[in-house]
Design a protein around this ligand. Structure first.
Ligand code: GLN
Length: 454
């Protein structure tokens, strides 16, 4: 039924870059056989899922939304892919994304934009717009995203779906094509909080293949979501981050947020404002750290190891082939990031740019720590605006970057954060997201609040 739904709707939505019909049906048959044989199967066995094309899949194309990996068939599964398969999840295919996960609208995909099912002229968010659009278009009940600066939560917010960035290190990065290694985090996307929690427990956990994987028990997110469904938040302390409002925020988004605060109070939560002054500097710090790491990570696309190779006709040097391949294979945003990052890391400027950004990162972590002394979770709108029109910010990188104003601090601090649907804006009738943030390894706290609020 889901494959039929994709065939029916994806000509308009373009959530998928590759539909793996055979692989999906083979996995579904395996689950059927296990069930018939009376074998115990996992709770998500047989449930279809859309996988962001940044996660390697053995023998199935993985492009990361880039021409430079066109035609590449990974020889191995990412840990997340492997865990999904082991749980009997049916991977329907690979979803569209901004090239190398750099963007907030999925317009930077080398394979054309994804359209928001709520209004096909609008963006589905990014970088993981394909995954969230697949959920909103009822093409899949579950999806996987990755969140470096907001790419799970922001698409979740603008498509009216749930998106969770777990604690950094909570889900393995092995086989996740790297953008910014100290920020990248994979996580679950779904249409309900409980569905996201069930998926979270399947993909999370320690992995010796990822040196930054946390060797600690997976936070009890399913139990917390079930607890939250009772709708009782008595005694829970919630902080409203005062930095996330004012100029640049749509009135419809702010009104939806005020309504969310009232509803959480009715559920028994104690709510007060909290100031995190360094969050004002998160965006510029992010746009130094992320490009710096990307300029280093993307050096591996050297025309020799993967995918595309341009100009290799026996007359050119290795350097020339490398240069021609990178020129043809990377899109404008990826080139912009590589140049910014290379500049920020160069010896004369390292202290001024990268060094300063790392100091800001520490201040942000300290602001979170102080706020969590007084509050169990923090909340804010997920995004300053609802989904904007395709093309509206395409020529204005700064306007595009501002879509992640509220989501970036949690990436810099490594703390978990999620977006849960918060109704429709009374301004334009489009979905709005409520962001819930928790301390590291306390992912379950935000699931409890989100399930109660949902
Ligand atoms: N929009 C942000 C960027 O362009 C975040 C992307 C992400 O989380 N992958 O870098």
């Amino acid at each position: 039924a889901h494959l039929d739904r994709i065939a029916e709707t994806d000509g308009k939505v373009h959530a998928f870059l590759h539909v793996d019909t055979e692989g999906a049906l083979a996995q579904a048959r395996r689950v059927d056989e296990d069930v018939k044989a009376g074998k115990a199967v996992s709770p998500l066995a047989g449930v279809p899922l859309a996988l962001k094309d940044v996660m390697t899949t053995e023998g199935v194309p993985t492009t990361v939304g880039s021409k430079i990996l066109e035609g590449w068939l990974p020889p191995y599964d990412a840990t997340v892919t492997r865990k999904l398969k082991e749980a009997g999840v049916v991977i329907l295919g690979k979803t569209n994304m901004d090239e190398f996960a750099m963007g907030s609208s999925t317009e930077n995909s080398a394979y054309g934009p994804t359209h928001n099912p709520w209004d096909l002229d609008r963006i589905p968010g990014g970088s993981g717009g394909g995954s969230s659009a697949a959920l909103a278009a009822l093409q899949a009940p579950l999806a996987i995203g990755t969140d470096t600066g907001g790419s799970i939560r922001q698409p979740g917010a603008v498509t009216g779906t749930v998106g969770v960035k777990p604690t950094y290190g909570g889900v393995s990065r092995y086989g996740l094509v790297a953008f910014s290694s100290s920020l990248d985090q994979a996580g679950p996307c779904a249409r309900t909080v409980l569905d996201a929690a069930l998926l979270h427990e399947v993909i999370a956990g320690y992995d010796e293949m990822d040196s930054t994987s946390i060797n600690a028990p997976v936070p009890p997110v399913v139990a917390a979501a079930r607890e939250g469904l009772s709708g009782d938040l008595s005694g829970l302390r919630i902080g409203v981050v005062t930095q996330f409002s004012g100029e640049g925020y749509q009135q419809g988004v702010l009104r939806s947020f005020e309504a969310a605060v009232s509803q959480l109070k009715e559920l028994g939560a104690e709510i007060a404002d909290v100031s995190c002054p360094s969050f004002d500097h998160a965006l510029p710090a992010y746009y130094l750290i992320a490009p710096s790491e990307c300029s280093s990570n993307l050096a591996r696309f050297d025309a020799m190891r993967y995918g595309l190779r341009v100009g290799d006709d026996g007359t050119r040097s290795t350097e020339e082939v490398m240069s021609l391949t990178r020129e043809a294979g990377f899109g404008p945003e990826v080139k912009r990031r590589i140049m910014i990052g290379t500049y920020a890391l160069s010896s004369g400027y390292y202290d001024a740019y990268y060094g300063s950004a790392q100091k800001v990162r520490t201040l942000i972590t300290q602001d979170f720590a102080k706020a969590f002394e007084k509050f169990d979770v923090l909340i804010s709108p997920t995004t300053p605006t609802t989904a904007f029109k395709i093309g509206e910010r395409a020529d204005d990188p700064m306007a595009m970057y501002k879509a992640d104003l509220c989501t970036i601090p949690a990436n810099l601090a490594g703390t978990p954060a999620m977006s849960v649907p918060s109704g429709l804006s009374d301004e334009d009738g489009l979905p709005v997201g409520l962001q819930i943030m928790a301390p590291a390894l306390q992912d379950h706290r935000m699931y409890r609040v989100a399930a109660a609020y949902e």
